[in-house]
Design a protein around this ligand. Structure first.
Ligand SMILES: [Fe+2]
Length: 245
């Protein structure tokens, strides 16, 4: 199985050019590239909207995504609105706490999609996660969550925008008997972190990338990044690719 992963689209309103970036055009560029690549499903890692969730933006994105003719799955980021996401992408179901988390069960593989859009996960979501990790113990599990469940060594993001309950989530992963791969966005950086049985991969955005070597916010570059994940019988292969923004 091959998965394409794009994250932090940050699409704004028409003609909006934050930091001189044509974010709509970047998204269209990725859609065109994906039309030429082989993959079985696409995951969108959250922050679909530039600032706040917006039904017009989600509807525009859905039109482009539908044109791929492939299944795609969305997780919310902190710049999304779960209710509007649920309205536009009708297969996304809200839980009692207005979170969107769900799982996909394949023969040898399970995919878990978490909701960290509120910068913290509910107790309900954490107990759901624990149940699913137990349920799929014999399968290869991939987890998609907007915020990574650990500090990633990017000073500005670690200090200002880290997941509040990351230690609790990470401890659930560390307690799992098998190797787990976690795919996140949010940081606008390409980086991997390995902690015991947990590999955390963060993927660059479709907007701007953040300089991981300075204390405060600074744009590193404006190339747009996406990730491919190829699931093998034992383990997986993953790579990040860049396009001119
Ligand atoms: Fe984010």
């Amino acid at each position: 199985m091959q998965i394409a992963f794009i994250t932090d689209l940050h699409t704004g309103l028409t003609k909006e050019l934050p930091f001189d970036v044509d974010v709509r055009q970047n998204f269209l560029k990725i859609i065109e590239v994906l039309k030429t690549r082989h993959f079985d499903l696409l995951v969108l890692g959250g922050d679909l909207c530039l600032h706040d969730g917006n039904a017009e933006i989600y509807t525009w994105q859905k039109r482009q995504l539908d044109s791929l003719g492939k299944p795609y799955y969305v997780i919310p980021g902190n710049h999304d609105n779960q209710i509007l996401l649920g309205n536009v992408f009708s297969k996304l179901k809200l839980t009692g706490k207005n979170e969107i988390y769900y799982d996909l069960d394949f023969e040898q593989i399970a995919l878990l999609f978490l909701d960290t859009g509120s910068k913290v996960t509910s107790d309900q979501q954490k107990s759901w996660l624990k149940t699913k990790l137990d349920l799929y113990q014999k399968k290869q599990i991939l987890i998609f969550m907007h915020h990574p469940p650990a500090l990633m060594g990017v000073p500005f993001m670690d200090r200002e925008h880290a997941l509040i309950d990351r230690a609790e989530i990470l401890s659930l992963f560390l307690a799992h008997p098998n190797f787990l791969h976690v795919f996140s966005g949010h940081y606008h950086v390409e980086r991997s972190l390995f902690i015991k049985n947990v590999a955390i991969h963060i993927t660059p955005s479709l907007y701007i990338q953040i300089d991981p070597f300075v204390e405060d916010f600074r744009i590193d570059h404006r190339l747009i990044g996406f990730r491919m994940i190829q699931i093998l019988d034992l383990g997986l292969r993953t790579s990040v690719h860049y396009l001119e923004g």
